[in-house]
Write a protein that binds this ligand. Structure first.
Ligand code: ADP
Ligand code: MG
Length: 330
């Protein structure tokens, strides 16, 4: 059975399209929206308009790069949620239009579920630490469609904490990757920050954001160039603490469940501190770790395409009246 699927991802601020043929991703085109930089965060209405501007070119490029024509497609897949409603609507509507025009079936994909469907795949059951601008969760994955959130943030996501720390230091949005690059040249133990105690495997990042805000404010009272003069050490220290907060719960989750197959996913999984510390923990605890390629860390249609492939095989299609969901439970 031929299974050539075009997948569209538009849940937040990346317009992406990918083509997958019999389980093999042929390409993964991503248009990142630079417009949000000057506002210090994603502006939903602008994101939706940028998706409208980009989507035709992105889909066209994905098809062209795969050497296929629209009529070679067997199905059209799209991110149904979770995400920004205006952004999702563009991808969902475009996918429906294509499906109607080509008379091909539609496949909906849950963005969160798709995050950890990459080769090589962990063996079931595995734990996935999903860390992005909108999520911080530990998910126990028993099977592709059977999973349970066993720990999650009760307030902000870790990506938000990275971005907020960067903003407090006067760095542009999104600050996470910048904090990471300065951190690589700094001393992670130069400044101390504390964790917030949470029951079970849950996270909280609002406390450390406030701690960081007051820390910078107080230090700047003593030395107005404090941030400029110590940027590498400050970034290394805050990153070190955020990574520790994540890995402490992940280690507890592994102990509690006895599971040693460990994956990470989402934008923050690009963080070099997290990647390195996870490798070190893998050695210490005899874990098998699965760290995504950098291009698969942020939002991309390749992961939507991989998830869609499994649904295609099972003939899990949706009707044309399917609506996007801003919140979509896994
Ligand atoms: P969402 O779509 O939920 O906002 P993404 O998966 O697109 O999340 O990831 C974006 C988030 O990842 C942003 O908060 C960004 O700062 C963060 N991020 C990306 N790269 C890094 C990195 N190297 N270090 C820390 N955070 C990062
Ligand atoms: Mg994003």
């Amino acid at each position: 059975m031929s299974a050539v699927i075009l997948a569209i991802e538009s849940s937040c601020d990346e317009t992406s399209a990918a083509v997958i043929s019999n389980g093999k991703v042929l390409n993964n085109i991503i248009a990142t929206q630079a417009i949000h930089q000057k506002y210090g965060g994603v502006v939903p209405e602008l994101a939706s308009r940028e998706h409208q501007r980009n989507i035709v070119a992105v889909v066209h490029e994905a098809l062209k790069k795969s050497g296929l024509k629209k009529h070679d497609l067997d199905a059209i897949a799209f991110t149904r949620g979770p995400g920004l409603m205006g952004s999702l609507l563009v991808g969902v509507s475009f996918a429906k239009g294509l499906a109607i025009g080509l008379r091909k079936p539609l496949i909906e994909v849950n963005h969160m579920l798709s995050h950890f469907i990459e080769d090589p795949k962990p063996a079931f059951p595995f734990l996935c630490l999903t860390v992005s601008g909108g999520h911080t969760q530990i998910i126990l994955v028993r099977d592709y469609l059977e999973m349970e959130v066993i720990g999650e943030t009760q307030d902000d996501a870790v990506g938000e904490a990275f971005d907020k720390a960067a903003k407090i230091m006067g760095l542009p949005y999104p600050g996470g990757p910048l904090v990471d690059s300065y951190a690589q040249k700094g001393n992670p133990l130069a400044y101390k920050f504390s964790d917030t105690d949470m029951p079970g495997l849950d996270f909280s990042f609002s406390g450390i954001k406030t701690q960081f805000l007051y820390f910078i404010r107080d230090e700047k009272k003593k030395d107005e160039n404090f941030v400029e003069n110590n940027l590498n050490d400050i970034c290394a220290s805050i990153q070190h603490k955020l990574v520790q907060m994540l890995l402490k719960r992940l280690e507890q989750a592994s102990l509690k469940t006895g599971i040693k197959e460990i994956a990470i996913a989402g934008g923050v999984s690009a963080n070099s501190g997290l990647r390195n510390s996870l490798q070190a923990l893998a050695l210490k605890n005899a874990w098998n770790v699965y760290i995504p390629k950098l291009e698969y860390c942020t939002d991309n249609a390749a992961m939507i395409a991989m998830a869609a492939h499994y649904k295609y095989v099972k003939k899990e299609f949706v009707e044309l009246d399917v609506a996007p969901l801003a919140r979509m439970p896994i």
